[in-house]
Write a protein of this length. Structure first.
Length: 550
């Protein structure tokens, strides 16, 4: 009797294991299929309007960015070949030449046997994408937050002197911002964004987690993020760039954490690029996942390893400004560092200050694995006034809310200086910040200041600093910059420091005595065209001057 029970138990265990093995072979998961080439593509660099909007083309033209085969869509014949294997295909990536599929392991074996396949990456378990996607939610209501008389956005706006920007009529008008987040729950039901809907400024929506277009669900994290830059309930609740055009993209899955979310970010960035978006603001970051095999290490914080950081680099290379939250793990003993894509070289990673202008403990820090300063800048990230669940204002914490404050600020600057490239705009923001002369891995270059940023815009021939010092020529083609003392009353000593756009000290000089009419020369000490910053400082005076060297 006992032996029979033992045999039945062993047999049962064998059947369970066999069943699990069969289930594993039939389970459908999400994979990203990389292709070897774009051979026989019907597209060409001479006809970009076949795959890019005119705004996307204009962005490249205005910034002298070439269109390459990386911009070509994935070869449709390869997509069809995969479909012919009985596999469902969804989003594709032009930049990485890849296709998102839902397939069983057996189907993946068939795909990998095809000669045009480079490799296949496992992205997430299970099925998520809908063959019949949800339609866009067009319901619109205009409910005022019930506690509008109790909270306001004054502090988060004035810390950046963005109120001065607004007083000048600079509100991000004509600049297109894409917000990447986990959902925009009930944002369509609030008067907070009525101006966006009424003025046809909501340009695009997409839920990349399911393939649908109903973004006004899941979570209110994105609602709060959007409100930091896009709210307009005067005079109490104002975003930093409230007149910008907007795209809303759900890339984060609130229920699970897998690398598929990095790919969702990639697909969203490509959609933003091809549509003509100017700025991406992303309040998301990744380093560990539900599947530990997907986790990143600190050594991976090099700006190039993670999928999402590669995607950010691609977007920046095409002229977009990418603003991202630094992360909220500053208090962690295991990982106090920024998360991806904040490690990407030319993103603007944003840390968090409190109302007293002090760094908040949770704000993630740098440096990157290769020693670069991170974050780039900071903004209010503690007790930030945001829209919550579409019907009330709330005080919330996180670099997630500091980042869109900077994105709206950037939209205003780009409205004021539309001829700037994305990297010039980034440099302008960094050079306007209050810690520019001595950046560190806690607050980066510091808190941006609109008034300083406007003063940093280079003049055609010379830069006159408050009628006291003339910096010339600017732009420059030679090996030194001249500084003409134009006042007798400048306190001494006067220190001048020349920095590269990455913050490297190039040269410095201290003048202990000077009189009106004196000319000092400060050499570059290295070859190289580009953007430089001259920091001028004395006892009661501090100024940054942007220098263009050709």
């Amino acid at each position: 009797m006992g032996k029979n029970r033992g045999r039945r138990l062993i047999f049962g265990l064998i059947m369970v294991c066999y069943s699990q093995m069969l289930l594993a072979q039939t389970e459908t998961n999400r994979y990203v299929v990389y292709l070897k080439d774009k051979t026989n593509s019907p597209y060409s660099v001479d006809n970009p309007s076949a795959y890019l909007s005119q705004k996307a083309i204009d962005r490249r033209t205005n910034q002298n960015i070439s269109i390459t085969t990386e911009d070509f869509p994935v070869n449709e014949s390869y997509v069809q070949s995969i479909r012919d294997l009985g596999v469902e295909t969804y989003f594709t990536s032009r930049w990485m030449n890849a296709i998102l599929v839902e397939a069983t392991p057996d189907q993946i074996d068939l795909i990998e046997a095809e000669e045009y396949i480079l490799h296949v990456d496992y992205a997430a378990p299970g099925q998520k994408l809908n063959e019949i996607p949800d339609q866009e939610n067009t319901t619109r209501e205009e409910h005022l937050p019930s506690n509008l008389d109790m909270l306001n956005s004054d502090k988060q706006v004035t810390m950046l002197f963005a109120h001065t920007m607004h007083e000048e009529g600079i509100t991000g008008n004509g600049v297109w911002v894409a917000v990447f987040d986990d959902g925009f729950l009930d944002a369509n039901l609030s008067a907070t964004f009525a101006h966006t809907f009424e003025n046809d400024k909501l340009k695009d929506v997409m839920d990349f987690t399911t393939g649908g277009k109903n973004v006004f669900q899941y979570d209110d994290h994105g609602t709060g993020s959007w409100s930091c830059l896009g709210a307009k309930l005067e005079p109490s609740f104002i975003g930093t760039g409230y007149n910008a055009d907007i795209s809303l993209y759900v890339t984060e899955d609130v229920f699970t954490e897998y690398r598929i979310e990095e790919y969702n970010w990639l697909f969203a960035a490509e959609r933003a690029d091809s549509a003509g978006v100017d700025i991406i603001t992303s309040s998301l970051g990744y380093d560990d996942f539900d599947d530990p095999s997907m986790d990143y290490s600190v050594e991976d914080l090099d700006g190039n390893t993670s999928i999402i950081s590669q995607a950010a680099n691609f977007a920046i290379d095409r002229g977009l400004l990418v603003v991202t939250s630094a992360g909220n793990s500053g208090n962690s003993t295991d990982w106090p560092y920024i998360s991806m894509p904040a490690d990407a070289e030319n993103v603007i990673a944003v840390g968090a200050l409190d109302h007293s202008y002090n760094l908040v403990g949770f704000s993630s820090v740098g440096p990157t694995a290769d020693g670069r300063i991170k974050p780039e800048v900071v903004a209010l990230g503690s007790q930030v006034t945001v829209l919550s669940e579409g019907h009330l204002l709330a005080l919330k914490n996180g670099t997630s809310f500091a980042a869109p404050l900077i994105a709206g600020f950037a939209a205003g600057l780009w409205e004021k200086f539309p001829s700037l490239t994305n990297l010039e705009l980034r440099d302008l923001i960094l050079s306007s910040s209050n810690n520019f002369a001595s950046p560190n891995n806690q607050i980066g270059y510091g808190l941006p200041d609109y008034n300083v940023a406007v003063g940093n815009e280079p003049l055609a021939v010379a830069q006159v600093v408050d009628d006291a010092i003339k910096v010339y020529p600017n732009p420059i083609t030679g090996d030194h910059i001249n500084l003409l003392i134009e006042k007798h009353s400048i306190p001494m000593p006067l220190k001048m420091s020349l920095y590269s756009q990455s913050g490297k000290l190039i040269n410095e000089m201290t003048i202990k005595r000077a009189k009106k009419g004196m000319i000092a020369e400060l050499g570059f000490k290295e070859n190289g065209q580009g953007i430089y910053f001259l920091h001028i400082e004395c006892d009661n005076y501090s100024k940054n001057v942007k220098i263009l060297r050709y």
